[in-house]
Design a protein around this ligand. Structure first.
Ligand code: WT7
Length: 651
């Protein structure tokens, strides 16, 4: 594996450390340091204790069955995720507590108490059941950030149907691929969604995606209205509000699910062109999500929780829906862009609702830095008590800015390392216990066993970089890849027997803190979103002018990484700005706007090794303008020279 040595040495020079205040420590849910040791000595006992925070219809008999790479957690137990997130709070003292405080982009808002949320989820469950949705069926959800999104997810969970949420920024082609792979019966979408004052035509995208699928019904939420230009297909499409108006208002009995029954699928990019449907279980996933809310995020009944992710990504699944709601928390959910109408929108929301815990991404923090500290300074942020980040390594400058300008040097920052596959935060400080260092996610949470190893699976110690691994199973780990268990085995357990390989490079310092060095596979992290190089390459070669394409991630000030595509065109094709625009557009159409290449470099040939492997490291060096490394394995070194000079021209 290649570790970016420049990055490593910068990180090694980071010596600042911030300890929790006595005040924070005293009030923290987790403030006994011995929890780490106790959990390490008996992880099953630790996780069983955490699982007991959930309400089980039938208690589990066995904590863990581990037949690598397949784990079963809380075997024999029965529960329902929606019951745990809604019903159990809708009786007793939380009945009239705000579950979701929703803020629409145009300024409209809606508050759902736990009791109101229960009524909505139950009506939606009745409505979906009325459309023939049964336990185990797949329901794909392609919605903007509106209350109907968590309501739909929870309604599926209540029935025992498997939801597959597709981020609203994905194109119709991507939606189609995910609908087909999941073999979805019903699609829930909206006429459109608001984004920075403009309309995203979700229904039109959906119509295009649906032509080749087996979807029987489409439920359409009216969010935008006539200007979205949505058309309805008789017999297939039905409006959400019509369905809900007709649905019985009687309680919907939660389906008792086996702990191992699937709660949801969520697609993520890998090293091949085909996204993987990550499969999450009910009991284990919910235990992980719920535990991390209490441990890493120190959630309390008085808190107002605001996570800025979109529910279309795993962060939103775990930290807008299943984590905070299972903990009975108040969740702020915001529909739109951070700079609409002004660059202080997030801070306005923090002030308006008295947000106490704020969880966002390093790329957003770098954007706030660029916009300037006057935007947060214009608002009262004194209610904040804890901050969090996720998605990519946070550069120490951004960490310090977050600490000073948002946390007023008072709020601990939890940098949380995890993945779609891990279900919840794996490496993160317990904020009342662990001193933080800017740029490090610190150490594994209790009950999680991580290490950094070499090619042979041996611990590398404190000196070198290596592969990050998770050595023992954990409750919220993915169970398989939907429809492709072979891929699950190979990708995550193929390198080291019985040991999970996340695909990140890492380094341990002398205090045992983990410093993430980025992906070691052909996956690019653009603004905290994972994009497979193979997906972008196959989108590019689908264009009739393209012969071959190689895509790499280069470092980018705001996005973390940006996509650069090197393209060779077919014989006789003219390379010009129109073609650049057309190729970028093809990627947007095939995948979505987040995968649009930052730049396209035409080249007569791609640099390849003698065994015909594209030398991506070299392309990355060229894109980042670095001095070239060793090129002796190159078949035709002159290719590099011409690429280098072309890149300068493209600047
Ligand atoms: C990849 C997972 C988990 C939700 C967001 C992304 C990178 C994530 C951190 C962090 C350094 C991080 C890793 C990981 N990553 N959080 N705190 N520090 N790197 O989920 O799309 O599944 O991507 O994001 O490379 O493997 P995802």
């Amino acid at each position: 594996m290649s570790v970016d040595s420049e990055k490593l040495s910068t990180l090694l020079h980071e010596t600042r450390s911030f300890s929790p205040s006595d005040e924070f420590r005293a009030q923290a849910n987790f403030n006994d340091e011995t929890i780490y040791e106790r959990a390490a000595n008996d992880p099953e006992a630790y996780w069983a204790l955490q699982a007991e925070q959930l309400t089980w219809f039938q208690p589990f008999e066995n904590v863990l069955n581990w037949e690598p790479p397949h784990a079963q957690w809380f075997v024999g137990g029965k529960l329902n995720a929606a019951y745990n997130c809604v019903d159990r709070h809708a009786v007793g003292p939380r009945k009239n507590k705000a579950a979701i405080i929703w803020e629409g982009e145009p300024g409209d808002s809606r508050v759902l108490t736990y009791d109101m949320l229960r009524r909505e989820v139950d009506k939606a469950a009745h409505a979906l059941k009325g459309l023939g949705v049964q336990k185990g069926d797949r329901v794909t959800i392609y919605l903007p950030m509106i209350p109907e999104l968590p309501i739909s997810m929870l309604a599926c969970a209540k029935i025992g149907a498997i939801h597959s949420v597709v981020f609203g920024g994905f194109s119709s082609k991507s939606l189609q691929q995910r609908l087909e792979d999941a073999d979805a019966k019903v699609l829930i979408t909206a006429d459109g969604g608001w984004r920075r004052g403009g309309v995203i035509p979700l229904k039109a995208n959906a119509d295009e995606a649906l032509s080749a699928t087996k979807v029987e019904n489409v439920v359409v939420v009216r969010r935008v209205g006539d200007s979205a230009g949505a058309t309805m297909q008789e017999g297939r499409d039905v409006y959400w509000h019509d369905l809900m108006a007709k649905a019985p208002t009687t309680p919907f009995e939660a389906e008792p699910m086996d702990s191992e029954d699937i709660l949801y699928l969520l697609y993520t990019s890998g090293t091949t062109g085909k996204p993987k449907g990550i499969v999450h279980s009910t009991g284990g996933y919910l235990t992980g999500a719920n535990t991390s809310m209490r441990s890493v995020f120190d959630i309390k009944d008085e808190d107002v929780w605001f996570c800025t992710a979109d529910i279309g990504w795993v962060t939103g699944h775990t930290y807008i829906v299943y984590g905070p709601l299972s903990a009975g928390a108040t969740v702020v959910m915001y529909e739109g862009g951070p700079d609409y109408p002004g660059r202080d929108r997030f801070w306005e929301i923090v002030e308006k609702y008295g947000v106490t815990i704020f969880y966002t991404a390093p790329t957003s923090i770098r954007t706030f830095m660029k916009w300037g500290p006057e935007h947060p300074a214009a608002h009262d942020l004194s209610t904040l008590r804890l901050l969090g980040t996720v998605g990519e390594p946070i550069n120490p400058e951004a960490w310090m800015w977050f600490h000073q300008h948002i946390g007023n040097e008072r709020c601990p920052i939890v940098d949380t390392w995890w993945q779609t596959e891990t279900g919840c935060a794996m490496i993160a400080p317990l904020p009342g216990i662990v001193p933080t260092k800017p740029g490090s996610a610190t150490r594994a949470v209790p009950g999680i066993d991580v290490d950094v190893v070499d090619e042979h699976g041996q611990s590398v110690g404190f000196e070198n970089g290596g592969y990050l691994v998770i050595k023992k199973p954990w409750p919220s780990m993915l169970r398989t890849v939907w429809g492709d268990d072979e891929r699950f085995r190979n990708t995550y357990f193929g390198k080291f027997e019985g040991i999970y390989l996340p695909g990140d490079g890492a380094h341990l310092d002398e205090d045992g803190y983990v410093w993430i060095l980025g992906r070691i596979d052909d996956v690019i992290n653009v603004s905290g979103h994972r994009i497979g190089t193979a997906e972008v390459e196959s989108a590019l070669v689908s264009h009739s002018s393209v012969a071959e394409a190689a895509v790499i991630g280069r470092s980018h000030d705001i996005k973390g990484q940006a996509i650069t595509a090197f393209v060779t065109v077919r014989e006789g094709i003219e390379t010009n700005q129109e073609l650049v625009a057309a190729l970028k557009q093809t990627v947007v159409e095939k995948i979505g706007a987040m995968a649009r290449p930052e730049e396209i470099i035409f080249t007569a040939e791609l640099p390849k090794t003698r065994s015909a492997k594209i030398m991506r490291r070299l392309l990355r060096d060229i894109a980042e303008g670095r001095v070239l490394g060793d090129t002796t394995t190159l078949a035709d070194p002159s290719v590099v020279e011409s690429l280098k000079s072309q890149y300068k021209e493209a600047d």
